[in-house]
Design a protein around this ligand. Structure first.
Ligand code: SAH
Ligand code: SF4
Length: 340
């Protein structure tokens, strides 16, 4: 919602100063997206707000799966993004997008396929949560407990807007979601913004999309590795753990016969072991979600073998359950296209 525009209307209408706070509470905390449904707003003001759009996008399509719902959202300039609601053990996690497309072009990911179109505004990012909040409050099936920046785009290439969105999420006057319940995932395009983020939001979780612990392989499938490689990531993690002293997450997609062999496990162990406080590193092994790309996920047995190999070395690791694959709403499957 464009709060500044709303503020102007309220001022022009000579509304008392508490009105803005009252409306913000109803929208951001109660998930009401219709001025007519907000109590205590004068009728005259409701009429003035009749054309005021709360959400900055339209809802083009909703696709409901077993454990998740995917929304295709149409932005004002005609672009599309996707946002996913995923059931968890205590409530719901929302996977949000930060860009239209992605410039990183990782070869296994559907988002990078169509290149990069533009950054989302902070409003377009926070409105995704507004939308899902409203969806949940209408259905009365629970609340949003977690937010993951794992949808379309690279969050640290749109850091200013991502930063503004995190501020709104954790603000008790707005969404009031705990910083520890928010996770930002990155392919690590540069350490500059990530270091800023670490200082600004020390409690927000950071996940690095490592996927390969061999520079040659990482560069082959993640072109960004030519610029910031494994050594840069290692140096960053070393510093992060010294300063922050809290867990950091490494994402590792399991690609059949590409990064799931003993050689790869050993490289990963080497990568982790060099870091001093490596007991604070947690590895998430992720099943590859099929896209239109020609990759296959590692077989279940191989994933478990890989996991045990790491566990034997005392490395903290889990296999992450993939949700939303039945609606093409899992990580890496978000392409911002019409849902087929
Ligand atoms: N651009 C950021 C955040 C969005 S991608 C990043 O890359 O971290 C979110 C996660 O989905 C990343 O870990 C990404 O590597 C992973 N991912 C991409 N394609 C995938 C696929 N086909 N299957 C499973 N995970 C995928
Ligand atoms: Fe971009 Fe992340 Fe997909 Fe790579 S995995 S193309 S960084 S969205």
């Amino acid at each position: 919602m464009n709060i500044k525009d709303l503020e102007i209307i309220l001022k022009e209408s000579n509304e008392p100063t508490f009105r803005l706070k009252q409306i913000i509470k109803s929208i951001y905390q109660d998930g009401i997206l219709d001025f007519n449904k907000i109590n205590n707003i004068p009728k005259l003001l409701k009429e003035k707000l009749i054309d005021f759009k709360i959400l900055s996008f339209g809802i083009d399509e909703l696709k409901e799966g077993v454990d998740s719902v995917k929304a295709l959202l149409s932005l004002e300039d005609g672009n599309f993004i996707e946002s996913v609601l995923i059931k968890n053990s205590t409530g719901f996690t929302v996977c949000i997008s930060t860009q239209v497309g992605c410039a990183m072009n990782c070869s296994f990911c559907a988002t990078g396929q169509n290149g990069f179109k533009r950054n989302l505004t902070s409003e377009e990012i926070t409105d995704q949560i507004l939308f899902w909040k409203n969806y949940l409050s209408d259905k009365k099936i629970g609340n949003i407990t977690n937010i993951v920046y794992m949808g379309m785009g690279e969050p640290f290439l749109n850091y200013e807007n991502v930063k503004e969105s995190i501020k709104k999420f954790i603000d008790p006057g707005f969404f009031n979601i705990g910083a520890r319940s928010i996770s930002v995932s990155t392919s690590f395009p540069s350490s500059v913004n990530i270091e800023k983020f670490t200082k600004e939001f020390p409690q927000v979780n950071l996940a690095i999309s490592l996927h390969f612990a061999d520079n040659k392989k990482r560069s082959l499938y993640m072109p960004i590795n030519e610029k910031t490689d494994l050594l840069d990531i290692q140096k960053f993690i070393e510093k992060y753990l010294e300063i922050n002293n809290r867990k950091i997450f490494l994402e590792y997609i399991m690609l059949d016969d590409i990064n799931d062999n003993e050689y790869d496990a050993n490289k990963l162990i080497e990568f982790v072991k060099v870091i001093r406080k490596n007991y604070l590193i947690h590895i998430n092994l992720i099943k590859y979600n099929s896209t239109f790309k020609n990759f296959n996920s590692s077989k279940k047995e191989k994933i478990i073998k890989f996991e045990h190999y790491l566990l034997r070395e005392g490395i903290s690791v889990t296999v992450r359950k993939s949700m939303g694959e039945d609606i093409n709403g899992a990580c890496g499957q978000l392409a911002g296209k019409k849902i087929i």
